[in-house]
Ligand binder design. Structure first.
Ligand code: ADP
Ligand code: MG
Length: 398
């Protein structure tokens, strides 16, 4: 990585502004699920142990530029304090006199959490004056550990970097950039991409970019049907994006020109509707007109498993079927296990995307994947080959 890391900073006795991702679900004034808070602890401890004074900022939900108690970070301060075992001060506004005096009152190793930055419309507008006010709460040191927000040019992610001397990646951010960065620049081969999920249109750029980089691509999920239909195969009532048929056909014909394996499902689990208990497993070529494909079938699983088992780098985004329903979860869970087995054999494996990560957790193999990417939209943009403004804005390492 050619950007500064928190490891490169002189932290002792200095106030450091750390942009974290504490965008957690709340329930009755309590944190309902604290994964995102726990994931930042290594970065926070790193800074605390070096005597930094921590000013933490995050967004939570979409309060649309207005103060809305539904989206307060106050309960997160309490949860963080429990997790880290020390007091966490809270400023009821992320800018202004109270935040300033509380940041100045910090001692070495002390923590202050600021209220939701999205209470101010200036946050999403990347307003310069607001960015300067945020920066005034630290001693010229900014750390971004919110990879999931790095694709947004907002004040607490991008604007603030103009008003500090050093802007560095936190440990979580650094890990994301290392894994995703290596996959797209210098992957160990064979590199196999697994893509699925609901829509081709959501991921067209990811497909195009990974087609350039990978040695093979396995496509499952609803997305596969646009590709299958473009090849003239019967898809019944499966989800198809008819306006993407030509594009899908073009992509498939491009790949046949070089040494690249493009795999589509050969069989699938079908039903007349997602809610139906009456399911069948058939070859794609035999799909009846009024049935829809909701999971990959056993022949496809076997083929995909084979490709996965010989890969040295695997990037997976998008479930293989409507895995939220047990009747259509087998394909996705089998792929999750196959990716975990490949990891055990030394492959570097990366899973990104909210639903894909949920599937890996459901399969009980989350700890057997090299890297679970926390930033849904940001990891997709990264894999699509786009520059992330929140990464670009960090200080170059010299
Ligand atoms: P991620 O969040 O991992 O990026 P997506 O949001 O793109 O994944 O896709 C997940 C959704 O795709 C799930 O809700 C799943 O039910 C749906 N899906 C996958 N396969 C099918 C299918 N064959 N038919 C309908 N929906 C599907
Ligand atoms: Mg999703």
């Amino acid at each position: 990585m050619n950007k500064l890391s928190i490891r490169d900073l002189e932290l002792s006795g200095r106030r450091v502004f750390i942009r974290v991702d504490f965008n957690v679900p709340l329930d009755n004034g309590k944190v309902a699920e604290d994964t995102r808070v726990r994931e930042t602890i290594p970065t926070l401890r790193f800074a605390i142990e070096r005597g930094a004074r921590l000013v933490l900022a995050s967004h939570l939900g979409r309060p649309k530029g207005k103060r809305d108690p539904k989206y307060t970070l106050k309960p997160v301060a309490a949860r963080l304090s429990e997790l880290i075992g020390m007091p966490v001060d809270f400023a009821a506004d992320c800018v202004g006199a109270d935040a300033e005096s509380k940041s100045c009152a910090l001692r070495d190793g002390g923590i202050l959490l600021l209220e939701n930055v999205r209470y101010h419309p200036e946050e999403e507008a990347n307003d310069e004056n607001f960015s300067r006010q945020l920066a005034s709460l630290c001693d010229q040191l900014f750390v971004c550990d919110a990879f999931g927000s790095a694709h947004r040019a907002h004040a607490s992610v991008v604007g603030i970097t103009k008003f500090v001397k050093q802007a560095a990646a936190g440990l979580l951010m650094e890990k994301e950039l290392e894994y995703l960065g290596k996959a797209v620049t210098n992957p160990e081969r064979p590199f196999v991409a697994i893509l699925g999920g609901a829509k081709v249109s959501d991921k067209i750029e990811v497909v195009q970019n990974l087609m350039r980089l990978a040695d093979g691509m396995l496509i499952g999920g609803a997305m596969a049907y646009t590709f299958l239909k473009s090849q003239g195969l019967p898809v019944g009532k499966s989800l198809v994006e008819n306006d993407k048929l030509e594009l899908a056909g073009d992509l498939l014909s491009q790949t046949s020109a070089r040494n690249f394996q493009f795999r589509l499902p050969v069989d699938h689990v079908i039903a007349q509707s997602p809610a139906s208990a009456d399911t069948r497993t058939v070859d794609v070529a035999n799909t009846p007109a009024d049935w829809m494909g909701l999971d990959i079938g056993p022949k496809t699983i076997a083929q995909f498993r084979q490709d996965i088992s010989t890969a040295r780098t695997i990037v997976w985004n998008g479930p293989m079927g409507m895995f939220e329903r047990p009747a259509f979860a087998a394909g996705t869970l089998a792929i999750a296990r196959a990716v975990a087995e490949a990891t055990a054999k030394g492959a570097t494996t990366i899973v990104g995307g909210g639903d894909s990560v949920a599937a890996v957790e459901e399969a009980g193999v989350a700890d057997k994947i090299s890297h679970i990417s926390t930033g849904g939209g940001a990891s997709l943009e990264f894999l699509a080959g786009r520059e992330l403004p929140g990464v670009e804005a960090l200080t170059k390492k010299i």
